[in-house]
Design a protein around this ligand. Sequence first.
Ligand SMILES: [Zn+2]
Ligand SMILES: [Zn+2]
Length: 191
Amino acid sequence: MSIDSARVVCTGCDYETRDLMRPVRIRYQAADGKSVVTGCATGWCYDCADYSSIERINPDVLRKELAQKEQAQREARDQLAALSEGWFSRVRHRAQKGHLRYQLGNLNNAIAELGALIRMVNHRSSKARCLKCWSNKTAPVTFDAGNGTAQDFVHECGGQLRIIHDHSGPRFHFRVATYVLNQEGELLAEE
Ligand SMILES: [Zn+2]
Ligand SMILES: [Zn+2]
């Protein structure tokens, strides 16, 4: 898998790092045998004193995402129902309906994943862990899609972190790493 990297800079000091945007998969293995597969989030680790990938378990973010996906699911269902009405519905709009069904399948999977993740987060005591050192002294860093600046994190200098997709950096080849964690985010295995 070949991916772009981006620069992360601070608006207040000369801190700069490169986000390799390494594809990461996390599988939570609960004690009762159930598992949830998800990705990771971007954050700051106070123990690494560095920008880092962290667990994707911010309940507010997850609930917001779930609400958005459910809204999109309702819209796709309504559109599909509207296209399926009438005498010629079997033959008309075939491509469009196929696309909507595909979209609905993806949405159903994402909604199931988010629901399972939210149920797990509700029972969890540890904060999101850093995927480099596994410390839970972390904070989320969420870059604004417009100006690239993270509003939810203040660097120790008082500045803000900003992501710059300059496409000038090296491209990296990674295989997708899977971390197997328990419900508290402790590393059980790496695949
Ligand atoms: Zn700074
Ligand atoms: Zn760390």
